[in-house]
Design a protein around this ligand. Structure first.
Ligand code: FES
Length: 125
């Protein structure tokens, strides 16, 4: 298995509290996707599967509440802390999103968002 990270996007593609970048992935043998966001200046990544019923959180890549301080599932409204994935309200309280290892680095003179999938049960398709 490769230890190289996946380049997700340019750092400037992720705006604080803005739209998520999504990539197709396989989680435990099933097709799904992962999403990547910026919150308070840092990047975060999660499996795009709500702990309530497994629905994708986003609506057309929108995952933040209007205030930009929480992530919200578009299906039934569960809310999550953007920096930990911990559920703060709704039908799956006390559960959490599955977080991914991400970083930002300079590659070929540009700052990019990287996903480091090794050791995680999710692989990019
Ligand atoms: S599937 Fe997300 S709150 Fe129900």
């Amino acid at each position: 298995m490769s230890t190289e990270p996946h380049i997700i996007c340019h750092s400037t593609d992720l705006v604080d509290g803005g739209l998520a970048q999504k990539v197709d992935a396989v989680h435990s043998g099933k097709r799904t996707n992962a999403f990547f966001i910026r919150y308070q200046g840092r990047v975060y990544g999660y499996v795009n599967s709500c702990p309530h019923m497994g629905a994708e959180l986003d609506w057309e890549s929108s995952v933040f509440t209007r205030a930009g301080d929480l992530l919200m599932c578009a299906r039934h409204g569960a809310t999550f802390l953007p920096d930990t994935g911990e559920c703060t309200g709704g039908p799956c309280r006390s559960s959490r999103l599955t977080s991914l290892a991400v970083s930002e680095e300079e590659r070929n003179g540009e700052s990019v968002v990287l996903w480091w999938p090794q050791g995680q049960p999710l692989n990019r398709v």
